[in-house]
Design a protein around this ligand. Structure first.
Ligand code: TXA
Ligand code: MG
Length: 326
């Protein structure tokens, strides 16, 4: 199969919607990361998603709808706090886990009675889902061993020959995945921190439960060893020291840093990711892919404060480093 990257013209979005309706898969942009879509009510199409992504078959898929009034079509009921979160954060980088309606097949939820639902805040995604006329599964459009894609080119790297079309919407604005909240529990439970921060959730609904992010060695792992620095005075000196130890062993290394710290690293290899945590999040997966492409042995990522998106960055970097914090 030839995989084509299509510009997001109305005509191409229509073309992709028809392919979805015909039971095919299409990749498309969302504001968090690129999605691999299939009609959620089409069990056969959903099965293909697992095959194409080499996804473990016990990992349920998120379902996207185009507008708020469509949420009730995929869930049984919407508790009060869930409604507040919907009004406050949707469309956006929030996914809610609720009781699933019967239209959602077991293939989506892997048998669970819950379904995760979101509304992407991206005009191309919304248009596509609207035209498809049905809820669409929206897992990240990478293979299981790769980082979530934030560009159409990343999707092509992973899924070339496996899908027909990738709609190109430029770089994903946020760059990390949605925050997932189980709204069936009281208080609601944060299952994954992402584009919406825990502080924002608390402002909207008060108390939330958070699960400790564990450093499981599963999911995407870059080829390079990832070292993640704690955030403290003297962080940049410590990173330089570790970098020099690694390169003294004839290994190659690159530092992921904020623009403001660039000069601290002299002529060492660096990838700068901008001047804010938003920019760091936006660029993180892209620079990790770059490090793989450039065959670095080690990547040393600067630490951040657990404030705002800093918390979501820390959760991802702990996982990527397997808990190797320097
Ligand atoms: O930002 C995002 O959410 C992106 C964009 C493309 O929509 N999608 C995404 O999907 O990150 P994926 O498949 O890479 O991650 C979905 C996560 C998985 O960790 C899965 O276990 C969890 O959502 N999930 C899905 N359905 C669930 C459910 N019913 N209950 C609990 N967790 C669920
Ligand atoms: Mg994923």
């Amino acid at each position: 199969m030839n995989t084509e990257i299509l510009s997001s013209t109305d005509l191409n979005i229509m073309r992709c919607a028809s392919r979805l309706k015909a039971g095919e898969l299409v990749a498309f942009p969302t504001e968090t990361v690129y999605a691999l879509g299939a009609i959620a009510t089409d069990a056969q199409a959903v099965k293909k998603v697992y095959e194409v992504k080499s996804r473990p078959t016990d990992k349920p898929l998120i379902v996207a709808v185009a507008k708020k009034s469509d949420i009730q079509k995929v869930v049984k009921s919407i508790p009060k706090k869930a409604q507040i979160l919907i009004d406050r954060f949707m469309p956006g980088a929030l996914t809610l886990v609720l009781d699933r309606a019967d239209v959602i097949p077991d293939e989506v939820t892997v048998g669970s009675e819950s379904v995760a639902v979101r509304i992407p805040d991206n005009a191309v995604a919304k248009k596509l889902i609207e035209l498809a006329g049905a809820p669409v599964v929206v897992p990240s459009a990478n293979t299981a061993d790769k980082a979530s894609p934030t560009l159409a080119a990343h999707v092509k790297d992973d899924l070339d020959g496996k899908i027909e079309y990738i709609l190109d919407g430029g770089a994903s604005e946020i760059g990390i995945e949605s925050t997932i909240v189980d709204a069936r529990t009281e208080p609601p439970t944060v299952l994954r921190v992402g584009g919406v921060t825990v502080e924002q959730l608390k402002q909207a609904i008060g108390e939330v439960k958070t699960l400790r992010q564990d450093a499981r060695l599963s999911g995407y792992m870059p080829n390079a060893e990832v070292l993640f620095s704690a955030y403290y005075d003297g962080m940049t000196e410590n990173i330089c020291k570790r970098y020099d130890e690694i390169t003294a062993q004839q290994k190659t290394a690159v530092i992921i840093c904020l623009d403001g710290n660039r000069d601290c690293y002299g002529d060492r290899n660096v990838y700068t990711v901008g001047d804010s945590y938003e920019a760091y999040a936006h660029n993180l997966f892209a620079v990790l892919r770059k490090a793989d492409g450039e065959h670095y042995d080690a990547v040393i990522a600067e630490g951040v404060n657990p404030e705002g998106l800093g918390e979501s960055l820390i959760a991802r970097l702990i996982k990527l480093s397997g808990g190797m914090i320097i």
